[in-house]
Design a protein around this ligand. Structure first.
Ligand code: MLT
Length: 207
């Protein structure tokens, strides 16, 4: 059984932005990361944007994550549903606390997977999402209306964790829900590289 928590706050960093034309970024780290991991990436790809960066509350050993998994790529979906609501409620709380419009999620790996879950389960929370090395979060995805929401998926053609077909299925699911999906498969593995940074920066400048 998964633990239930009603605490909607998260350990997090908030960096106020200097450019009000920029949407805030919700930075969601990968397994074993924390709230500081993606700050410099966020500053690089969205200069002037406010950055909101929570730390995942689930521990796998000592490694923070955003939801439980049963094995690599096999998710505890009951926990995922609960954690998705908890993170969604945190975003609402932080928007009120810091006076923010709906953010664009920038998630890597486990963080990208919960960002995809947010889109499907709580579509009102995000203005869009950049999903780096993401996979399909739900076996039976909730029906979401994502009409017009921009989504960038950057997958690695050589990624040992996310099979090509899985990244394609995620792009299809989000597209069928109405999202404006751009999916690029890079000649890369699970790690991020210079090509990700360039594509992310271009996409964020347009969205
Ligand atoms: C996950 O558990 O979300 C994925 O397997 C990616 C990872 O965190 O390794």
């Amino acid at each position: 059984m998964t633990a239930t928590t009603v605490d909607t706050d998260f350990i997090h960093v908030f960096e106020p932005g200097s450019d009000p034309a920029r949407r805030p970024l919700l930075l969601l780290h990968g397994t074993g990361g924390d709230e500081r991991d993606l700050l410099s990436l966020g500053r690089t790809v969205a200069p002037g944007a406010s950055l909101l960066s929570p730390r995942g509350k689930v521990l796998e050993g000592a490694a923070p994550r955003f939801f439980r998994r049963l094995a690599e790529g096999v998710f505890d979906e009951a926990d995922l549903r609960q954690r998705t609501d908890e993170l969604a409620d945190f975003v609402l709380l932080a928007r009120e606390r810091y006076g923010l419009p709906a953010p664009i999620a920038l998630g890597f790996s486990n963080g990208a997977n919960i960002a995809a879950a947010l889109l499907l389960q709580r579509p009102e929370i995000l203005a869009g999402a950049a999903l780096l090395r993401a996979m399909v979060p739900f076996a039976e995805p909730p029906r979401a209306d994502l009409t017009g929401k921009p989504v960038l998926i950057l997958s690695g053609a050589l990624d040992p964790i996310v099979p090509k077909a899985n990244a394609e299925a995620l792009a299809r699911q989000l597209g069928e829900s109405g999202a404006a999906v751009e999916h690029r498969a890079l000649p890369a593995g699970h790690g991020l590289g210079q090509a990700d940074i360039g594509l992310l920066g271009d996409w964020l400048a347009r969205n």
